[in-house]
Write a protein that binds this ligand. Structure first.
Ligand SMILES: [Zn+2]
Length: 433
């Protein structure tokens, strides 16, 4: 398909800036006349040890190396385009990582659950550069909203490992597009499973394909719920336990707290995580936060519902404790009797061997005399489930993205693999011209 075809004035177009043949970021734009709807604004760029962009030029330098897309009218250094809105499917970095470079006058919308978490993340210093209260507006699920004169969006809940995760339906006068965001399907799931019923038969389906990889194609698609898989694994561990999690997954916190209770252990969180535990009212008598003045964060002052525990106290009670340890705080473990402990890696960072830091993490674990146990649960549907979802959605054109090998997914009708940066009139994709 070519963009040389004349674009009718009334025609909706779509353009992909990121998310093609990668899981490292997703950004695409739907345009109707001058009205612009941008879905997700993420890119994972981990280069902290390497070449640094200079703060004064950070946007242009990150654009020059392809981290920030060449997108007009929405970045801090741009003349703002008042016709643009950015909509966020969920709060993983590959979907929101570039919001920090967005001009403060560009409206950002997300689900109510996402906005609540975003505010808490802002409080604990993880999303410092967006004024959430001023710039972000929440949208209830199942309520269509006009973001501009002709572009309408409706958010739907989906199952994924972040609170507030959403799919969205984008409607313009001449087309309907459904974007799944990131999705998972458990046996007992209703949200993702309901998507075909409530948002089926769009013109275009844009669907994630994280697990649609050659080696996963034949794997049994039954995915246990987080609680089913993790609780059993956690309860089996007899030694003291150190764990590394991604605290944007609130469900994971809840499961750990409950498993520790069942095992009769005290569970100790880092202050930032403890703040989230408190914010979501997950505190319990056996929950503590670590008070270590060497790392102490200002957030400790805002934790009232959870009692602190010092490193000295932790030392004497260590066999009765499950302790959170993020990779960047591992030095604390030098002060504790961790030899013989089990290090439970539960989807914290560094996430896996594709991250160069992962090898260093393994070295640390060995150096400290701990045993590694990986107890993770994928946030993404299995390949066969994605195929089921694409078929059930019955889109005229299926666009697989956010995966290493999206071409392995064939939709029920036409399937289309877009090129980065190309502008596609929807009517061309639908074969109407
Ligand atoms: Zn995600």
């Amino acid at each position: 398909m070519s963009t040389e075809n004349a674009i009718k004035n009334s025609d909706t177009t779509i353009q992909f800036y990121a998310g093609l043949k990668t899981i490292g970021g997703t950004i695409f734009e739907v345009k109707y006349k001058e009205e612009r709807f941008i879905a997700d604004f993420g890119m994972v760029f981990q280069n902290k040890e390497g070449v640094q962009a200079r703060p004064q030029n950070i946007i242009s330098e990150l654009q020059a190396i392809g981290v920030i897309p060449l997108i007009s009218g929405v970045l801090k250094t741009d003349e703002i385009d008042e016709n643009a809105t950015i909509a966020i499917s969920h709060l993983h970095l590959d979907h929101i990582g570039l919001l920090q470079y967005v001009h403060p006058d560009v409206p950002i919308i997300m689900s109510e659950g996402s906005k609540t978490l975003y505010e808490h993340l802002h409080t604990i210093g993880e999303e410092p550069n967006v004024d959430v209260a001023k710039q972000v507006k929440s949208v209830p699920f199942h309520q269509a909203l006009f973001v501009s004169e002709h572009i309408q969006v409706e958010f739907f809940p989906v199952n994924h490992d972040a609170p507030g995760a959403s799919a969205m339906r984008i409607t313009t006068p001449d087309t309907t597009i459904v974007y799944t965001g990131d999705v998972r399907l458990h046996e007992a799931d209703v949200d993702t499973a309901n998507l075909p019923t409530i948002a089926g038969s769009p013109d275009l389906l844009i669907i994630e394909t994280t697990n649609v990889q050659e080696e996963f194609l034949d794997i049994n698609p039954v995915i246990q719920s987080e609680a089913d898989k993790l609780t059993a694994g956690l309860l089996e561990i007899k030694s003291p336990l150190v764990f590394n999690i991604y605290h944007r997954n609130l469900k994971r916190l809840e499961i750990l707290i409950e498993a520790a209770r069942q095992k009769g252990k005290t569970i100790v969180f880092e202050p930032e995580t403890a703040y989230l535990v408190q914010a979501y009212k997950l505190e319990a008598p056996h929950v503590r936060y670590l008070l270590d003045e060497r790392y102490d964060s200002k957030i400790s002052n805002q934790i009232h519902a959870i009692q602190p525990i010092t490193v000295a106290e932790l030392n004497s009670e260590f066999s009765q404790v499950w302790l959170q340890s993020s990779y960047h705080h591992m030095m604390t473990l030098l002060d504790l009797p961790v030899k013989g402990a089990t290090y439970v890696h539960s989807n914290g960072v560094p996430l896996g061997s594709f991250d160069p830091v992962y090898a260093e993490l393994l070295e640390w674990i060995e150096k400290l005399g701990m045993e590694l146990v990986v107890l993770g649960v994928s946030g993404h549907a299995a390949a066969a489930q994605i195929k089921w979802l694409a078929d059930a959605m019955q889109a005229k054109v299926t666009i697989p993205l956010h995966g290493f090998t999206p071409e392995l997914l064939q939709g029920p009708n036409q399937t289309f693999l877009p090129e980065k940066g190309e502008i596609y009139p929807i009517s061309t994709l639908l074969g109407e011209k």
